[in-house]
Write a protein that binds this ligand. Structure first.
Ligand SMILES: [Zn+2]
Length: 297
């Protein structure tokens, strides 16, 4: 079963009106990305995945969000309030295909109540945090309270890791070595480090190698072909290929193109003596029971 562990909640249920389309040119070097998208757009791009984890990001206390790039979703967007309600509505309409994570903000006075509401009332199964986007110190007390609660209730946390083109998102708050300290404090907490921590993929490899409950996803990394090949060669050398989870970061990339680029990762070294990423380990990643590993099966 192909599982995509990293996708974003559509801002629109119906087709995006032409005047509310937001095209991002900087997100990928090889093609523009439509940052506003509908339920239909989502499922089209998700083929052939059978299950996908989907979430928004609580940019501000109160779980308020504009959209994934923070630039405002437009007037006819089908949600404008709490991002967790939007995710839950989407997931409830497609329970066979989707599994939802909530997002919370540690500066929200009701943060702990929102985790309970997300878990119990909305049926959300994990938490998405992006300390850089949300602008909090991942080691501060209010953030630790979230990890504590997540560990207690078996809610995996996906952390955005590494760089981002969003100008107001401090990169240092998403530095992968911080995850090592969180994992030492909360050894039973399941953590997914997004994007292999790009461009600090080796830092990510050494963290996931140490901690049995810490994984990394490979989402949104293939369109830098040299780094993509290199990060997988290094993951193999560090013997952590088994800790890598398939993901797309949709809308940034689609399932089909990510699968294709994974299967062709060695094309860049064809005709050279440079090391290859073992094909059987790529196939194992595509077949991986990520939900089982995260305790969500
Ligand atoms: Zn993402």
């Amino acid at each position: 079963m192909l599982i995509d562990v990293h996708t974003h909640t559509p801002q629109y249920k119906d087709p995006v009106p032409a005047d509310e389309m937001v095209i991002q040119d900087l997100w990928r070097p090889d093609r523009p990305v439509a940052a506003t998208f509908s339920w239909d757009d989502y499922f089209q791009a998700q083929q052939p995945a059978q299950k996908s984890i989907v979430f928004g990001i609580a940019w501000h206390p109160g779980q308020m969000t504009d959209n994934i790039s923070g630039q405002g979703a437009g007037d006819t967007s089908w949600y404008s309030g709490n991002v967790n309600d939007a995710t839950a509505t989407f997931v409830r309409a497609h329970p066979d295909r989707l599994l939802g994570f909530m997002s919370v903000h540690p500066y929200d006075a009701d943060c702990m109540d929102e985790i309970e509401r997300g878990r119990v009332d909305l049926g959300l199964r994990g938490i998405k945090l992006g300390a850089n986007y949300q602008n909090f110190d991942p080691m501060e007390t209010r953030a630790l309270a979230i990890y504590e609660q997540a560990q207690k209730h078996g809610l995996p946390i996906m952390f955005h890791q590494g760089t981002s083109p969003v100008r107001n998102a401090p990169i240092r708050l998403a530095y992968p070595l911080l995850m090592d300290e969180i994992a030492m404090r909360y050894p039973d907490l399941k953590i997914i480090m997004a994007h292999m921590g790009h461009p600090w993929q080796v830092e990510t490899c050494v963290v996931i190698r140490k901690h049995p409950n810490v994984y990394a996803d490979i989402s949104a990394t293939f369109y830098r072909p040299f780094s993509f090949w290199e990060q997988l060669v290094k993951a193999n050398e560090w013997n952590v290929m088994g800790k890598l989870l398939f993901g797309t970061d949709y809308p940034v990339s689609t399932v089909a193109e990510t699968v294709d680029k994974l299967r062709n990762v060695n094309a860049i070294v064809e005709g050279t003596h440079l090391p290859r990423v073992p094909e059987d380990r790529i196939e194992a990643m595509l077949a991986r029971d990520s939900l089982g590993l995260l305790g969500l099966a």
